[in-house]
Design a protein around this ligand. Structure first.
Ligand code: C2E
Ligand code: MG
Ligand code: MG
Ligand code: MG
Length: 275
């Protein structure tokens, strides 16, 4: 069906995966060829700074439009990419594409923005990961402060390994955020062990924040926790102005969600934010 993104642009989404892909094996087979067939794209979703009311960063979100089966949600194909190992080449493609966009935008004279890239656990734990990040920054002449890596608690399983990777990333100077914060199974003690910069409050806590007293309490507390630890904090999945109001009152620094924008193709991002 068609979805209006609120600005008169329509994009096609087919959300019932099984209706289109009869099984995961077939999806995996198609996913194998997605890069060479040019079926992958990057969309960007603006992140709004509530202190300045300006957009100073974007999250890069992958999109896959298969010629036969249409748009496939990353929530469906990323887990399959992860379990099949395809995530390594897909994740590499996303990182490089984002760096290319950064270079392109810089050459157009646009003001630099930070772009956050989702990093899957397998990619994060790859031996060459940190070296690859610094090589890409060099190749595309990107200042490290304009790249953010979003990891989840599931990437941070081994204390020793994670500390080593995060320390090396810190030395390079890229930002690291914890995505879907509060939904994993890790203990809070990692917040004092790991050099992370940003907490992303999961959208499941935001969705009914105007009514649900428990979610209110959780979100208030996550914001305070971030502040007290000197971390940046951003709320995901903000769809209503009442939610923004609550987040403002509790001094949440940044917000991201359909209230402001859906993820948009690069062309539209350029038209709306750089001109
Ligand atoms: P995520 O990183 O937590 O991304 C947030 C998801 O919430 C995105 O879904 C975004 O489109 C959606 N979203 C944004 N604002 C709102 C809102 O106001 N309401 C609601 N209901 N949803 C909102 P998307 O793009 O479908 O991505 C789903 C997940 O797939 C991501 O969750 C992330 O875990 C994964 N993913 C996406 N791109 C990549 C990628 O390049 N690499 C990896 N490894 N994973 C990715
Ligand atoms: Mg994310
Ligand atoms: Mg998230
Ligand atoms: Mg998520």
């Amino acid at each position: 069906y068609m979805k209006n993104n609120g600005r008169g642009h329509y994009c096609y989404y087919r959300e019932e995966l099984n209706h289109y892909f009869p099984n995961e094996a077939l999806m995996e087979a198609h996913l194998h060829r997605a890069i060479e067939l040019n079926e992958l794209m990057i969309y960007f979703q603006p992140q709004v700074n509530l202190e300045t009311n300006k957009i100073d960063s974007f999250e890069a979100l992958i999109r896959w439009e298969n010629r036969k089966f249409g748009m496939v949600s990353p929530a469906q194909f990323i887990p399959i990419a992860e379990s099949s190992g395809l995530i390594i080449s897909i994740g590499e493609w996303v990182l490089e594409r984002v760096c290319q966009y950064q270079k392109e935008w810089r050459e157009c004279g646009f003001k630099p923005v930070r772009v956050a890239v989702n990093i899957s656990p397998k990619q994060f734990k790859q031996k060459s990961f940190v070296k690859r990040i610094s090589a890409l920054l060099k190749e595309y002449a990107i200042e490290p402060k304009y790249l953010e890596l979003e990891i989840t608690e599931s990437s941070m399983t081994d204390l020793h390994e994670t500390t080593s990777i995060l320390k090396r990333l810190k030395e390079i100077g890229v930002y690291v955020s914890v995505d879907d914060f509060g939904t994993g199974y890790s203990s809070l003690s990692y917040l004092k062990e790991y050099p992370i910069d940003i907490i992303k409050i999961d959208q499941s806590f935001i969705v009914d924040i105007e009514k649900d007293q428990k979610n209110k309490a959780i979100v208030e507390t996550i914001i305070l926790l971030a502040q007290n630890l000197g971390l940046e904090v951003i709320a995901e999945g903000v769809e209503e102005s009442g939610q923004e109001q609550f987040l403002r009152e509790n001094n949440c620094q940044k917000v991201q969600g359909y209230l402001y924008n859906r993820p948009l193709p690069a062309k539209q991002i350029v038209e709306q934010y750089f001109h």
